[in-house]
Design a binder for this molecule. Structure first.
Ligand SMILES: C[S@@+](CC[C@H](N)C(=O)[O-])C[C@H]1O[C@@H](n2cnc3c(N)ncnc32)[C@H](O)[C@@H]1O
Length: 435
């Protein structure tokens, strides 16, 4: 089954649940074994009687697998986005927490769910909630909108989970938080369970391991990433497919992460701005994943980016669109982006009198031998570019892993100087290329 077919199956399944208010369990319609009411299930997930009494009748379809409200710490006036809002259960609770000055946006791709959620909102005259039709992979929400993104037992259903997490990052404001309840995979699923379409729609077969979720979150740019398994959820998971042992392969979990407070502007300087500084500009954008904006410039720009620099970047599938060789004066003018950090990557630029950078950035020297200066065969020149690439990538990976939000200026300066003192060639593949 391909991704489109999986999504259609999920939509049909939840459409029928919404239309019939059949709400046996998150998992296949064939659950047997002791059945708890949706109310009891929600109580076991940690929702209080007062919360359950406050939501409109029919909003709780018993489709969650935990309680994202418990970790979201919502405040009055905040904007909350609920991914896969179903009939609106968590949205109605969030609306109470954020009050009239706050706002809640539920997104769901299933028309029948959306209708149910909207009818529920009308029934209680909720003024601070809206439900939008949309897919989590392409959220119908502007950048930097939400203080909190919540979700309850949904992301496991989406084939491209990585894209959902990137979208969550995009719609969060700086410093915003992700508070998700979902299922995770804890052991490889036997083929028989993996191939069961009912278990795919039923929050079992699509679950990803915690380590992959953590890696996707970090790659999307999140920090303070944490996936915590909820051991008490075992009974609930078991009830989704009694007798089939699914509780041995998946578990309920809470997923927490934060979009960093601020995005740092980093400028790489060289003389010609055609090779090393260009590589660094692209590498920091790639490894910094939304936390760092990369820029580069030269004291005497060559006017064109070296073709081997472009070739090296393309070989690593990094975009070279819009790269150009530019003067450092561009970044010293009024209206230019204010730099937080400025690194010189060639010895000559480090020795020159720089313009005065607005914002008083932290500076350091990260010297790397000039690959464009290698006078040899084409193969030797390519090797030199590759070595420069690896040397810069090595430093940049260490740099972006620093807890920079929590370091003061002096500590940042110490760390970036230390990184600058690192040998350019520290890994095996670099040695393979002869440095
Ligand atoms: C298990 S239900 C959970 C509903 C709700 N969070 C709750 O706890 O009651 C999953 C919901 O996610 C929605 N959904 C699944 N995949 C989606 C996607 N790719 N984009 C938008 N909604 C999706 C389904 O339509 C369904 O309403």
């Amino acid at each position: 089954m391909d991704d489109v077919q999986i999504k259609e199956m999920v939509r049909a399944r939840y459409g029928s649940i919404a239309a019939t208010s059949e709400a046996d369990c998150c998992a296949p319609s064939s659950c047997c074994g002791p059945q708890a009411t949706v109310h009891d299930k929600a109580r076991r997930m940690g929702y209080t009687e007062a919360e359950l009494a406050a939501v409109p009748e029919g909003a709780n379809l018993g489709l969650g697998c935990g309680n994202p409200q418990a970790i979201a710490a919502m405040q009055l006036g905040e904007v909350v986005v609920d991914l896969g809002s179903g009939a609106g259960f968590d949205c109605f609770l969030a609306a109470r927490q954020v009050g009239d000055t706050g706002h809640v946006i539920g997104v769901d791709m299933t028309h029948e769910m959306l209708k149910k959620a909207r009818d529920n909102a009308v029934s209680i005259r909720a003024g601070n909630i809206e439900f939008r039709l949309g897919e989590l992979e392409h959220l119908p929400i502007a950048d930097n909108t939400a203080d909190v993104v919540i979700s309850n037992c949904v992301i496991n259903l989406v084939p491209d989970k990585e894209q959902v997490l990137r979208e969550a990052f995009r719609v969060l404001k700086s410093g915003g938080r992700l508070a998700v309840s979902d299922v995770i995979n804890i052991a490889p699923l036997p083929a028989e369970l993996r191939a069961d379409p009912a278990l795919l729609c039923g929050c079992v077969a699509g679950a990803a391991p915690a380590e992959r979720i953590e890696a996707w979150l970090s790659e999307a740019g999140f920090v303070d990433v944490r996936v915590t398994r909820n051991v008490e959820g075992r009974e609930m998971v078991e009830s989704w497919a009694y007798g089939r042992g699914v509780e041995n392969y998946i578990a309920s979990a809470m997923v927490e992460a934060r979009k960093p407070e601020r995005v740092y502007n980093v400028l790489f300087l060289c003389t010609g701005n055609s090779a090393r500084s260009i590589l660094a500009e692209v590498l920091i954008g790639h490894w910094g994943k939304g936390r760092f904006n990369g820029y580069s410039a030269g004291s005497f720009p060559k006017g064109a980016v070296h073709p081997l620099a472009l070739e090296e970047l393309e070989r690593h599938h990094l975009s070279t669109t819009g790269l150009r060789s530019k003067s450092w004066n561009e970044f010293a003018r009024p209206g230019a982006p204010v730099m937080d950090l400025v690194f010189t990557v060639c010895d000559q630029a480090a020795g020159e009198a720089c313009p005065v950078w607005p914002g008083n950035p932290v500076t350091a020297h990260w010297g790397v031998p000039d690959p464009a200066a290698v006078d040899g065969t084409e193969g030797e020149q390519r090797k030199a570019f590759h070595v420069a690439y690896l040397a810069l990538e090595n430093r940049i990976k260490i740099f972006v892993a620093l807890p920079i939000d929590r370091l003061d200026r002096l500590a940042i300066k110490q760390k970036v100087d230390e990184i600058g003192r690192l040998g350019a060639c520290r890994n095996r593949s670099c040695h393979d290329f002869g440095c």
